[in-house]
Design a protein around this ligand. Structure first.
Ligand code: ZN
Length: 172
């Protein structure tokens, strides 16, 4: 396993639509291993492949927040089958939008069909943080970031801040 570089906004790659994979093979498993290690190292709870520059419909997640009892989840080619009409609000952040947080409304429950780490077809009914996290990560596959749900003003302020951060770290 190796830690990969996480791409941060603003970056056109993050706006790319990811492609489905034909199945889960050694290459996809290696990618998922790397993504999981990268996510843990960055203290994140979810990561989409595009965030490490790979435009494949692959997501890793662990919402357990427990060092001693890790609960990794893998979603390959995930498709949302059903969304609850009722919304829930969570404060969201994103490893590609460092140090920025905002309250976002999303359907409180969702049902998702996907392939797991071994390529088996799975179906999951998610609610709470898990439902929010799945929807946040699936947005990445469409090139959507959580800041896109904010007002134009708020979003441009955040992007300005991140651009500044990038140019100052490039000078260092
Ligand atoms: Zn994210």
């Amino acid at each position: 396993m190796s830690i990969r570089n996480i791409i941060t906004e603003p970056n056109k790659l993050l706006r790319q639509i990811s492609k489905s994979v034909d199945g889960v093979g050694k290459e996809e498993q290696k990618l998922m291993d790397d993504m999981l290690e990268t996510m843990y190292a960055a203290n994140g709870i979810g990561l989409a492949a595009i965030q490490v520059g790979v435009p494949k419909r692959i997501i890793v997640m662990d919402i357990s927040k427990n060092e001693n009892k890790k609960e990794p989840r893998y979603f390959v080619n995930p498709v949302i089958k059903n969304k609850d009409p009722l919304n829930a609000t969570y404060e969201e952040g994103c490893l590609s939008v460092p140090d920025q947080f905002a309250e976002i409304d999303r359907p409180s429950k969702c049902e998702v069909e996907y392939l797991d780490y071994d390529g088996n077809k799975k179906f999951l009914k998610a609610e709470g943080l898990l439902a929010t996290c799945i929807q946040h990560e699936m947005d990445h596959l469409e090139g959507i970031l959580f800041i896109d749900y904010l007002s134009k003003l708020k979003r441009s302020m955040i992007i300005k801040k991140l651009s500044k951060l990038k140019s100052s770290s490039a000078e260092a």
